[in-house]
Design a protein. Sequence first.
Length: 226
Amino acid sequence: MGVCSNKSKYMNHQEEQYFHLLDIQHPDNVNRKYAIHFTLIQNKYTGQGIRCTNQYTTNISRIEWEKMQNEFWDSYKDSIHWSSIRKALSQDEESTSHLLDLESSLAILALCKLKMIRNTIQLLISDKLFQVPVFIINEPISWNNQLLLLDFQASSLKVRIRSSKLPRDFFIHTENTSTVLELKFKILEAAKEKTCRLYLNGRELIDQNYLGNYQITSGTIIQAFL
């Protein structure tokens, strides 16, 4: 009992020691190194479960953003802990069930003895502290204050919409040149709902972006939170 109690106090002390790094107003915030490119938004959030972070905007293009992601992972490619973190983050890209994704992600982190601070993958403790910047976890709500480019061939789509609030999936006919917001309007009309948020592989779709920017094709399953 005493050993467990001491261990619990130690872990609580660790959380208290580091949780200020999640405060976007704090100068030592987990994203401080990237402040020149990313602006976090107070009290606005995106992502589910352990991927929940503040929304943010960026002054770089999607191509530059993807390059930053690749460079980040390349710098840690020989680290077992970082490999586990990356694998945990990728779970939502392999399943349509958020609960299964969460269980898989937690199991991966546990195997490497990584403990999250405040139940977010932005901060983890093992033998040392691991800080995961927001651009590794979620996409920005805007790219360089502009719409994403129509850098794909236009085509018609028949996407499958899935929601826990509805008894069965339904299909929406649209175009890959339609924006996410335009798709939302069609879904709300079909489902007779007032609001919704859309997710693809666990990542929230941004209103002003085109469906083609997400490589959405006919048959793609989009999660709707109505």
